[in-house]
Write a protein that binds this ligand. Structure first.
Ligand SMILES: [Zn+2]
Length: 353
């Protein structure tokens, strides 16, 4: 079921940003959604624009139809509850993610929830707006109360944090003594902060932007190699390898480098996705004779969301450095251009400014 948008009087209208085609955003005046059965309509306080939005703005995205409402990271307060919706109160602050698995298909029954073919069937799109309808399965599984101590801006990090938790959960940590993170965008910095919850291994990293590398150091990554002027191969001995390498560059060269730096018996987590059809070649000798395990990581499962929420509420994470600024909805296109130009990795959008 999709959220219903019946004809409404003029005062029940809101602003919502639409992605028309790559490179083109339009701010539209559209009816405020009405909550149908099981649905919850939110008043958005903050939405986040990050890597996925940048990719969709640059080249389109298989999960983001165009032209269509845009934005999937959000936090807000409950505006309206549909019949049979979960027991929230109007006005209650909430946080959530944008999808939910069906729980009944063969992959869900094997607990591979992130691979559920229906995980995106009733997804949330349109967080870059003043009001947003949360579909029933998402409201039921992945919408939560937001305690007063967590700002809307930081609560909107639930989705990227859940993705990182999903990646960390896929690694077999036994026997891992040295970890290498490649790339310190918002996701790389989340990995840096959350790694100590999973391993006591030595944590090294490499990336390109001085401010980000400084943050990585602050989050306990040492050593940190600056790749802005000198490639990693010139800074590390040819045979220096790690038990676990996490690629957060989302670039083919990053994948290649991550695989090359994985030690025999090690694991390489390819976290940053590449466009469909991209071919990734590896030395079969290393796969077979060195038993390197290549791991993909996509999306998250409901239990990753719950864990991510616990971590965000723990008060032990530094969330402010993960957001490069807050701009009004009318400047969304400007924000996406900034992301395209490498000026920051993640911005908050205030739809009421
Ligand atoms: Zn399923």
């Amino acid at each position: 079921m999709t959220c219903s948008s019946p004809a409404l009087p003029v005062e029940a209208m809101q602003y919502s940003a639409y992605l028309l085609e790559p490179g083109k955003i339009e701010l539209r005046r559209v009816p405020i959604p009405k909550a149908g059965p099981g649905q919850v309509v939110l008043r958005i306080e903050r939405a986040l624009a990050g890597g996925t939005d940048r990719k969709a703005f640059e080249r389109g995205h298989p999960q983001i139809p165009m032209p269509g409402p845009f934005g999937h990271r959000y936090a807000g307060t409950v505006a309206e509850l549909g019949p049979g919706a979960p027991a929230f109160e109007p006005g209650q602050p909430v946080m959530g993610v944008h999808s939910a698995p069906c729980l009944t298909c063969p992959l869900c029954r094997k607990e591979r929830w992130s691979l559920c073919p229906d995980v995106m069937r009733e997804k949330v799109l349109g967080a870059f707006a003043q009001d947003l309808c949360i579909p029933a399965p998402v409201a039921r599984q992945n919408l939560f109360p937001r305690p007063a101590g967590l700002s809307a801006e930081h609560a909107a990090l639930l989705e990227p944090t859940a993705c990182v938790v999903h990646g960390l959960e896929s690694i077999e940590w036994r026997g891992v003594d040295r970890v290498l993170i490649l790339g310190f965008g918002a996701m790389g910095l989340l990995f840096a902060q959350l790694l100590p919850h999973y391993t006591r291994a030595e944590r090294a990293g490499a990336g390109k932007r001085a401010r980000r590398l400084e943050l990585a150091r602050r989050f306990g990554i040492a050593p940190v190699w600056d790749l802005a002027t000198t490639p990693l191969r010139e800074q590390l001995a040819e045979n220096e390898r790690f038990d676990c390498v996490i690629d957060c560059t989302g670039r083919l060269e990053g994948w290649q480098q991550a695989f090359d730096r994985t030690a025999p018996g090690g694991q390489v987590l390819l976290f940053g996705g590449l466009p469909r059809g991209t071919l990734f070649s590896v030395d079969s000798y290393r796969l077979h004779y060195e038993e390197i395990r290549v791991l993909g990581s996509f999306h998250f499962a409901p239990r990753d969301v719950a864990r991510a929420r616990e971590l965000l509420l723990s008060g032990n994470m530094e969330l402010a450095p993960l957001i490069d600024g807050c701009l009004p909805l009318s400047q969304l296109e400007e924000v996406l251009r900034r992301l395209q130009n490498g000026e920051g990795f993640q911005y908050a959008i205030d739809p009421w400014k």
